[in-house]
Design a binder for this molecule. Sequence first.
Ligand SMILES: CN(C)C(=N)NCCC[C@H](N)C(=O)O
Length: 267
Amino acid sequence: MPKHFLMCRPDYFAVEYAINPWMHPEIGASRDIAVRQWETLKAAYEELGHKVSLIDPIDGLPDMVFAANGALLAGGRVYGARFAYPERGPEGPAYLRWFAERGYETLEPAHVNEGEGDFLTLDRVILAGTGFRTDVAAHQEAQEYLGRPVVSLTLVDPRFYHLDTAMFPLDGSNIAYYPGAFSPGSLAVLRRMFPDAVLATAEDAEVLGLNAVSDGTNVVINAEASNLQLELKRRRYEVIPIDLSELRKAGGGPKCCTLEIRGENSS
Ligand SMILES: CN(C)C(=N)NCCC[C@H](N)C(=O)O
């Protein structure tokens, strides 16, 4: 099934503040390289048959390329983002406006949450991260608005500050994750819910290998995550490695650049 993604060209991308351990403003990042790498990601989605819509980037919002943080959709409803750090604050209303202007039902959230960065949707449940960015009250707010069960998971390693830096859905019922990113209780929940999950190594997690996008057949994944790629191939997934090393300097990978638009008829 082709998917529909929202992306934001990194025309104003920069590393000029530090709100996660990957960001080093004293080193910075190249916008030109980031744009080229991002174009490769967009082309990969289009080659796989997925539809990509674009939101206009805004000058002064260097992290807006990370569209996954902009909202969470289910059944055509849009639960907006409210960012933890003021540097990203205006992105929430900008993404919500994009959807409202296109006729989507939207909710401006009362609680801090960073969209699909901390909410990962499976067929029967939404997995939700907390610990660094998204407030656990937002998990309840999303559940109430979207009418989907939300399972809270606690992140404990600041390098993996969003759930989607430590986990991705392989399909509607199984996941890949890095165990070291979760609290003992959350890990026990994951083991119980997903006995057949793909477990990533620290090496894969440290190159943001878990920040991947799967359509159930193809997995678009950071090129450097080599152990994880081997395991995915062993499980018969088609692996599409992408070099997003410049965007990683802001703490993002393929998934961060990709917000899934889930319409009325999708799960
Ligand atoms: C998994 N997702 C969506 C992300 N991890 N997003 C990247 C956000 C990077 C930004 N500098 C920040 O720290 O918010």
